[in-house]
Design a protein around this ligand. Structure first.
Ligand SMILES: Cc1cc2nc3c(=O)[nH]c(=O)nc-3n(C[C@H](O)[C@H](O)[C@H](O)COP(=O)(O)O)c2cc1C
Length: 332
């Protein structure tokens, strides 16, 4: 089995990490493992599969995240995804939304480790790519000290290749999915103890990691770090990942270069009927601490959303940002 480097990854995020977002992130980092949004087994098996699972080859290494709990459906979807070339199949055991609970998947599966184990075993039997699980430290009144260890034993026995742990509980009653990303307190130490008790299991930590410096600190305790909101909202951070985390040059030298590298993709997609906003919305946070960053954001928010907006709108937004080279001259 090909080994995937999970030292740093961008979290699966519904409505955010779609294929346009992932293509854009790839212009900022070659090495970060990227995840799709969660795709339910029902959608893969009965929905518009070609549209849901489409991706650009440039997005590799790329993991698909599945939502579901029926082992047979999971195995079938894992096989479909692996045949399409996805590099990893990940199971969502962390999403707390009501819709997901009704479908008996997501975070509520923390209470059903045996079923998760059956799903993992079925997927492992169906594919040769790694099968991983993204979970919480617990739900509701579970005692994570015991239940997380038991959950881990079960999924590891079923063959899971790695565990990504969002270091907070999900409270399934009374909190919205959004609140469930902030209100239950983070408990990184619990994840560190899980790693100490399972030294040979690959464990990545997730939740509240806001900078590459914090990610580096986490890597002293665990094998990998998954960044969600900080990577999406401040994509400029990703430009430093390859040099700082992997000791390799970044794909582009500056955020401006990355923006320019996105233009041919924008043109290609517009020609296929994609709206500019669907792509540009992922790039609004690209510039940081540069004069014009706000104007860039505002221009895209105002003009990028108009029907028929073309690549020139994106270039006009870019022209409002002071060139990095100008900044260096000004500083000299
Ligand atoms: C808009 C949004 C959508 C999300 N969708 C998913 C999802 O589809 N699957 C999943 O496992 N987690 C999802 N999450 C949770 C993130 O993957 C991550 O666990 C969470 O944001 C905590 O990490 P962070 O503090 O680095 O953002 C989502 C988070 C956000 C903000």
């Amino acid at each position: 089995m090909k080994r995937l480097d999970r030292t740093l990854s961008v979290a699966p995020m519904m409505e955010w990490t779609d294929r346009h977002c992932r293509f854009f992130h790839r212009l900022l980092t070659r090495r970060t493992l990227l995840y799709t949004e969660m795709v339910t087994t029902g959608a893969v098996l009965r929905g518009d599969r070609a549209r849901l699972l489409a991706y650009d080859p440039a997005e590799h290494p790329l993991a698909i995240q599945l939502g579901g709990s029926d082992p047979r459906a999971l195995a079938e979807c894992a096989r479909i995804a692996a045949d399409l070339g996805y590099d990893e199949v990940n199971l969502n055991v962390g999403c707390p939304s009501d819709r997901v609970q009704e479908g008996r998947f997501g975070a509520c599966l923390m209470a059903e480790p045996a079923l998760v184990g059956e799903g993992v075993a079925a997927m492992k039997a169906a594919v040769r790519v790694p099968v991983t699980v993204k979970c919480r430290i617990g739900i509701d009144d579970q005692d994570p000290e015991e239940t997380l260890d038991a959950f881990t034993r079960t999924v590891v026995a079923a063959g899971a290749d790695a565990l990504i742990v969002h270091a907070r509980k999900a409270w399934l009653d009374g909190l919205s999915p959004r609140e469930n990303r902030d209100i239950p307190p983070l408990d990184y130490d619990r994840v560190y103890r899980l790693k100490q008790r399972n030294p040979t299991l690959e464990i990545a930590i997730n939740g509240g990691v806001a900078s590459l410096e914090s990610a580096a600190a986490q890597l002293r305790h665990v094998d990998g770090v998954m960044m969600g909101r900080a990577a999406y909202q401040d994509p400029w951070r990703l430009l430093a990942v390859d040099p700082k985390v992997f000791g390799q040059p970044a794909p582009c030298d500056t955020p401006r270069q990355a923006a320019l590298a996105l233009v041919p993709y924008i043109e290609r997609e517009l020609a296929r009927g994609t709206r500019l906003h669907a792509i540009a919305r992922h790039a609004v946070g690209l510039f940081h601490a540069v004069p014009g960053a706000r104007l860039f954001r505002r221009h895209l928010a105002t003009h990028g959303v108009k029907p028929g907006a073309g690549a020139q709108v994106f270039l006009d937004a870019l022209a409002l940002v002071r060139d990095d080279a100008d900044m260096r001259t000004a500083a000299a």
